[in-house]
Design a protein around this ligand. Structure first.
Ligand code: MN
Length: 714
């Protein structure tokens, strides 16, 4: 928007004098002089740059500050407005701004510069909504958005200087993104002006036709408006009400929209007259409404009480439509001065420069309350000054907005990770993801994403979902797909275990598994209600069918295993069976323990310590029990529970932890309880086997403060 040219003169622009004159109506002299410093700094930084219109560049930051000054914003916001383009256009650093004008101002300028960097690429409706949310989420401090909106408003006012194509693009972006944001924040005047200007540049012909038609009609209207205005004023005065009454001119865009949406003709839309009544307090609103009803009859079904039930953006007013003279409808809005201020300035009324007026505090309170409900902030401060300290308002606390490599925006729940993102893009990408790149840099899959991140997922064709992902994914889609995958994996593993169990059972019937042919398998599967041989094997692995029963059916009918149906052979546990074999959480068996296996329906083979108290009640179900034994050289680690009682001495926990680590074990978890002289610590440790556990316990016993130590089983 700027071009290098001749350096401009050092004289202060008349616009600047005008701005500071206006601001002195509500700011202290020291604030004004601080703002003058910012102006001079910005002016020299932008010196030699010009707007497309030919004006010196500094005229733009001045205009932006003046828009915000009309909203009576605080000096920090105004300073940042004067400086808002220096980081982008003149390479002044954030540090320099921070040193000269303080950190809050530097944060605001930085926030605006960051928003300038993200570009709105696609035009689908859903994307526009996401983009709006992303802007708001990225801005954090609402004042950044206020500056951005004022910046956009001035750029729209001076859009004429741009090329046609650029005008269209900026106008569309304003209509789709910035005007709705202004509306959401309750900045009514900015919202309407942005809309009007966008309409003008998006649809120049329609705009011109409507503008001419309205101009022509206005002459006839003026007489009617004056007549109604006088009648309303008189009636309110007669009712003892101190009120300010104004006629409202309709925006061309709202006329256009009404014509398009309600299929009305131009004159039908234009023949509705609008009036606004501003009174002192809430009771007066209802009294004024009554007075107007006695003047003109209300049209049934049109009354809206936004005082009792405010709009989501905090707007409050009474609305009604009356039958005016000549049968023309009259729309009236009745509100208090406070409500009017909120209707005009919305969220900006928070940063109203502090006034001595006690009513302002009340207004702050009220606007704060609605902002809270609007933004669902966690801040519970009701003091406006304290509220100013907590400006980092998270506008959408529940969501983050991130880019795909194609520039599409995805909305994800807060705390979402790269894995959630991968599944949100496509299930296949989720299933095969191995790494992520966030903003071009490598990042772990578990990284929490932040709004504005550009995320790229690295996949590998043989990669598989990892069960540990379940610990940190937050989206339902990721969770359910990982679970589904694990289920399939469990199926494979169960089928392998089922085959081992069946083979062992067949041996006890002296049947060679190799001799069973396909048709026998098919028949058997059908009789068992399974779809295939593999399904049947998986069912056995999962304990849905008992291997001994299946084996008996496979063996020649009538022939029984030598004297007993019990399987005498021992199943070897290798610790590598995956999900088909589980180690009971009640007793946590480890290699070296004497163990038993129990086939539990839908869970497969569960290994317990032979005297685990949790299983004694199941002793009767003989068929479900299997003899199991540990295999040789089991390499994996097992979890085991240890309870220690230690004297409360300084540093004892560190010594206990060191002893455990010294014995080559890891602590998975620790829970502590107790008071007084002793503390009970329950550890969950990783050990290889009983021998390893014995080493760990020996190490612990050497610590003098350890009074008691035992392994917990059940
Ligand atoms: Mn700008």
């Amino acid at each position: 928007m700027s071009a290098r040219g001749l350096p401009d003169s050092s004289a202060t622009l008349p616009e600047a004098d005008f701005l500071f004159g206006e601001l002195s109506s509500y700011l202290k002299p020291e604030d004004i002089s601080e703002l003058q410093n910012a102006y001079l700094f910005s002016k020299s930084a932008h010196s030699g740059q010009f707007r497309k219109s030919g004006e010196p560049y500094i005229s733009h930051p001045l205009a932006v500050a003046s828009i915000l000054g009309k909203l009576r914003l605080d000096p920090q916001t105004l300073t940042a407005a004067l400086l808002h383009d220096v980081m982008e256009d003149t390479h002044v650093s954030k540090t320099e701004i921070s040193n000269r004008f303080g950190k809050p101002v530097a944060e605001l300028v930085d926030g605006v510069s960051k928003l300038d960097k993200i570009e709105f690429q696609t035009h689908a409706d859903a994307q526009a909504e996401n983009f709006r949310k992303m802007l708001l989420a990225m801005a954090r401090d609402v004042r950044v958005i206020l500056i951005k909106l004022a910046d956009r408003l001035h750029n729209m006012r001076t859009l004429e200087a741009m090329r046609l194509e650029k005008r269209r693009r900026i106008a569309r972006e304003t209509m789709e993104i910035y005007a709705p944001i202004a509306n959401r924040l309750g900045l009514n005047n900015i919202y309407q002006e942005l809309q009007e200007l966008s309409f003008r540049y998006l649809f120049p012909t329609r705009y011109r036709v409507l503008a001419n038609a309205t101009k022509a009609a206005r002459g006839n209207r003026r007489e009617v408006v004056t007549k109604i205005l006088d009648a309303i004023k008189q009636r309110l005065q007669a009712g003892g009400l101190d009120a300010e009454v104004t006629g409202r001119e309709k925006q061309l865009y709202s006329i256009y929209k009404k014509m398009a949406e309600k299929h009305l003709t131009f004159s039908e839309v234009l023949d509705i007259y609008g009036f606004r009544v501003v009174v002192k307090n809430v009771p007066s609103c209802y009294i004024a409404l009554g007075a107007l009803h006695s003047l003109y009859n209300p049209i049934p079904g049109k009354f809206k009480d936004y005082i009792a039930i405010p709009k989501a953006n905090g707007y409050q007013s009474l609305h009604n439509t009356l039958w005016g003279p000549y049968g023309t409808p009259i729309e009236v809005q009745i509100r208090t001065a406070d409500m009017h201020r909120i209707a005009e300035a919305g969220v900006a009324s928070h940063w109203l420069y502090k006034s001595t007026d006690a009513d302002i505090n009340d207004l702050h309170m009220k606007t704060h309350l609605w902002l809270q409900s609007l933004l669902e902030t966690l801040s519970d401060s009701t003091d406006s000054l304290e509220f100013l300290e907590h400006l980092k308002v998270d506008l959408f606390p529940g969501e983050v907005y991130v880019f795909t490599p194609q520039g599409k925006i995805l909305a994800l729940p807060k705390e979402s990770t790269a894995v959630d993102f991968a599944y949100a893009v496509h299930t296949d990408i989720g299933d095969c993801c191995v790494a992520a790149k966030i903003n071009g840099e490598n990042a772990p899959l578990r990284t929490n994403l932040r709004s504005g991140d550009r995320v790229e997922i690295v996949t590998a064709s043989h990669a598989k979902p990892n069960p540990s992902w379940l610990n940190y994914v937050v989206t339902g889609k990721a969770r359910s797909h990982i679970r589904r995958f694990l289920k399939t994996m469990q199926y494979e593993e169960s089928a392998r275990l089922g085959e081992r169990l069946l083979n062992q059972a067949l041996m006890s019937f002296k049947v060679d598994p190799q001799t069973i042919n396909a048709s026998q398998w098919e028949k058997l599967a059908r009789e068992s209600g399974a779809k295939s041989k593999k399904d049947l094997l998986a069912d056995m692995g999962l304990g849905k069918h008992l291997p001994v029963v299946v084996a008996r059916r496979l063996a020649s009918p009538g022939e029984s295993a030598s004297g007993t149906n019990r399987i005498s052979d021992v199943i070897t546990i290798l610790g590598t069976e995956g999900m088909a074999v589980q180690f009971a959480k009640c007793c946590r068996p480890i290699p070296g323990d004497s163990i038993v296996g129990f086939i539990k329906k839908d869970q497969g083979l569960v290994i317990h310590i032979h005297d685990c108290p949790a299983i004694s009640k199941n002793r009767g179900h003989l068929d479900n029990w299997l003899d199991v034994a540990w295999g040789k050289d089991i390499a994996r680690q097992f979890e085991v529970n240890i309870k220690t009682v230690v004297a409360n001495e300084r540093g004892v926990l560190a010594r206990v932890a060191a002893a455990i680590a010294g014995a080559g074990s890891n602590i998975d978890n620790v829970a502590m309880e107790g008071e007084g002289a002793y503390t009970t610590m329950n550890f969950m440790l990783q050990v290889r086997n009983r021998y390893h556990l014995a080493q760990v316990m020996r190490g612990l016993r050497r610590i003098p403060e350890v009074a008691k130590i035992s392994r917990m089983k059940g």
